[in-house]
Design a protein around this ligand. Sequence first.
Ligand code: HEM
Length: 407
Amino acid sequence: MHSHISVAIYERFPVIIIVLSTIAAFIFIPHILIQDPISQLPIIGIEHGNTEKRRQAFIATKLPDDILSFDEPVGESLSAKYTKLIFKNPIFPHTVKQNLTPALVRLNPRISQEVEEAITREIPPCKDWTKVNVNQKLLRIVAMVSGCVFIGPEISRSEAYIDAAINYTIELVVATNAVKKVRPILRSFPTWRLAEIKSLDRWVEEAYAFLNQWLRQGEMQRKGRWLMGNAKDFEVDTDEDMARIQLGISFASIHTTTLTATNALYSFAAWPEYIEPVRDEIRTVLAQHDGIFTTRAIQDMKKLDSFIKESARQFPASLDAYRYLCGATARNQFISVTQNVMTFGYGRHACPGRFFAANEIKMIVAKMLLRWDMKNIGEEGRCDSIYFGGQSFPDPTKELLLKKVQD
Ligand code: HEM
């Protein structure tokens, strides 16, 4: 099905560039709003003091969404009116906060199994040094693991789901750009004819198909899947809307998680001297937890946590891998949201999926380190990143060499 869809990621490099820039926009528009216009509000906040105090007073907690909107710039930048992206319905953040995050303690061992199986399915054994495009592999692994959590393994392992989950983001960005080329005044009239919008709609039909399959299997009733359970409370009435929300989850979670895991692997390949100490920590911690990735075990992998957080920093030309071990306070963890590190945003809308994402990334990277040594092909150091809007992204076309760890 959709053989054109499974074209290798590196063959779609121009599209990937567009996707990366849109993800950058999605992530950073809120911060642009935070920093620029509001720091211009002394007249209504002068009593609070300097810019920082006003920023705290107005942004960090107080301004309601109808004054400083998180959703509107996301919807506008992705031409939601035409791409039919569902961006205002809070069912997704609600489900992540109320259902997913509290269930992680129970689910982590199960998620770990899924990570293990996905890695085995996707990456060859690499008995000798073998070239692997880790970004491409991670996209599929992350899509399966996220899908397993949100819709169950029966569907999350199907090619139909994996294709839709990965490529919806790309199709959405292509459609958005096509809409933006049409003059605003003409948009509401001719847009329905745009090939890119039709193609996007086909993705939604795919999602609709696998959701129907899911419903027919009684999966929701059997496992009490959260989104379906919450649909009524959030007035998600049609299967098509549910399909769009499911794809929105893929948009928010799959590429972001993959990029972060890719960054960590590129850093290990560039600074292989960290592989053995971090691997050693992972082995020691797992030995203390019966070999199971429990929440506690994941938390105890502190060198790994610091390494991943450091690798997600903007300009990875140098690496202070244990920077965040210092003091080992809660504020230094990868999932911590502070004014100094905004990987997951800041304030009321800070990424609610970060607890799941961090666990997933740590499991993936840990399991890969336990299986393989990794290094760059030829060149020394960290490969160049791609820069957009002041952000850096790992080059998705790069291959690493992997080799099975000798027992
Ligand atoms: C490493 C992976 C991820 C990164 C770097 C990331 C980053 C972000 C950022 C920067 C924001 C905007 C926050 C703000 O403006 O303050 C955000 C929002 C959001 N993220 Fe993530 N995210 C990741 C993974 C995930 C995952 C796995 C999920 C779901 C399972 C998720 C769900 C969401 C949701 C629902 C929002 C919107 C929050 C709201 O509307 O209040 N994210 N994310």
